[in-house]
Design a protein around this ligand. Structure first.
Ligand code: AMP
Length: 451
């Protein structure tokens, strides 16, 4: 089957030709007529399967030229990076169609976005919070929305966006087509579908949990973080093989720690993204990695969900994720759209049970490799890895103390015993005015009243 066999317009076929795509991916083939039918659609497909075009092709096919001000298609995605990526993909596909597209997301100036929206548009791609703010401020009218796509629904619900999605559904017209895509079918996703979708048609290309067949998965048993760093330094020294590598870590703190460690050896080659980095920093890092200026990207799970970066040579799991789904999403960054991919997972003794859960979910074993002889086994431990010393006799413990007294002595400034009047007086002296939360709230209310 080629794209010519789908009922596409010449403009879309020409755009696909320019991009260089000839045959639809399985999810594109399956979703096309279903989305075209106008019924609600639930698509279960992992990222990397071509799902963005699976919904965008039929939507663009159906979208008629219009000069009206308000958008008719709404695409909701969980992260700002995804807004940028999806807008970019739609723009490529609509090269020969007269269609106005805008992306909006939080963390940037809302007035600039109000301005963009006020110029009129057909398709809006948004993160839920910013979309709702724009709608409530009346800068954006949602009354003409005919089609709503919610992409990466499972991540969206994991991030706690359910409430925001419900608020958005409340202000959308009743008559609309709902389309959603999720990599996994979780209980939360199922509930959302039951509550808001009308007799949806399901399209799915892989059982949730099935690993993409074109990813070669390997594992290493490594005793601790700094030995993992030694192994990474060894692997990444092969610049030819590891030319576009994503390293996943579970926490921001570890992302920063790893960045510091690798930065010494691979200075200009490494970049890092996590939610404490500014929006500009994150976008720049992704861009530099995408373009090949940096060949190593360190990322946390949420940041990288749904990100589509071409030709990722390897995904390395610095830690073995506790939730097997995270492992699936991580390795899905390589081996995208039929290309071969490679992944590694590094496992400490403590993490072995997580590895077992992953293997159970996939119903297959990950091939374990021997640590190369040259790898130095480090005995340096991170603060988290250090054994927690618990002295049995605690001289500070009072008879009626709760169980589990803090292991560390609190710093003086954090000891809040008898701070009442004296504390307030000291703060007042220091800052010239009361700085407690209560006063702030009072001032805020007071200001509002004054207006
Ligand atoms: P997605 O699952 O939407 O994130 O897409 C994964 C990657 O596959 C993106 O880089 C797309 O540009 C690419 N892709 C989408 N459709 C096709 C296709 N029909 N043939 C080849 N690559 C595609």
């Amino acid at each position: 089957m080629t794209f010519k066999d789908l009922n596409l317009s010449t403009q879309l076929l020409n755009a696909l030709d320019d991009i260089g795509f000839e045959t639809p991916t399985p999810i594109q083939e399956q979703a096309f007529s279903v989305v075209m039918s106008g019924k609600d659609v639930v698509g279960i497909a992992q990222t990397g399967t071509g799902k963005t075009y699976a919904y965008m092709l039929p939507i663009l096919r159906m979208l008629k030229y219009s000069v009206q001000q308000n958008p008719r298609v709404l695409v909701l995605v969980p992260t700002r990076e995804l807004v940028v990526q999806v807008v970019d993909e739609i723009e490529k596909l609509s090269k020969y169609i007269n269609v106005r597209i805008a992306g909006v997301y939080g963390g940037t100036n809302i007035n600039t976005q109000k301005q963009i929206v006020s110029e009129g548009l057909d398709i809006i791609v948004a993160t839920p919070g910013r979309l709702y703010d724009l709608a409530v401020s009346r800068a954006l009218q949602l009354k003409s929305i005919q089609k709503v796509v919610i992409d990466e629904v499972d991540v969206m619900l994991d991030l706690g966006f359910r409430h925001q999605l419900m608020n958005i559904f409340d202000v959308l017209p009743q008559q609309r087509q709902n389309i959603m895509f999720s990599a996994t079918m979780t209980e939360d996703v199922d509930k959302l579908i039951t509550d808001f979708f009308r007799k949806p048609i399901k399209v799915s290309i892989a059982k949730s949990g099935t690993p993409l067949e074109n990813i070669k998965q390997h594992g290493y048993k490594v005793p601790n973080f700094y030995t993992k760093v030694n192994l990474l330094e060894h692997l990444l020294s092969d610049t030819e093989v590891f030319h576009k590598t994503i390293i996943f870590v579970g926490y921001k703190k570890i992302a920063d720690r790893l960045f510091e460690a690798l930065d010494q050896k691979f200075h200009d080659e490494v970049c890092v993204i996590h939610s404490n980095k500014t929006q500009n920093y994150r976008l720049r890092s992704i861009e530099q990695f995408r373009e090949g200026k940096n060949r190593i990207l360190i990322a946390t799970d949420v940041m990288a969900r749904g990100l589509d970066i071409e030709n990722v040579s390897q995904v390395i799991n610095l830690d073995t994720p506790e939730y097997p789904e995270n492992y699936m999403h991580r390795i899905g960054r390589t081996g995208r759209a039929e290309k071969k991919g490679v992944s590694f997972v590094l496992t400490t003794e403590k993490e072995e049970e997580y590895l077992e859960s992953i293997e159970t979910l996939m119903d297959m074993k990950i091939e374990q490799l021997d640590l190369p002889d040259s790898i130095e086994i480090s005995d340096q431990l991170t603060p988290e890895e250090q054994p927690k010393v618990k002295e049995i006799y605690n001289p500070h413990k009072r008879p009626n103390d709760e169980v589990g007294a803090a292991f560390h002595e609190k710093k003086d400034k954090n000891k809040k015993i008898n701070l009442g009047g004296k504390y307030k007086r000291e703060i007042k002296k220091k800052y010239k005015k009361p700085k407690t939360k209560g006063d702030k709230t009072f001032n805020l209310k007071h200001k509002k009243k004054k207006k």
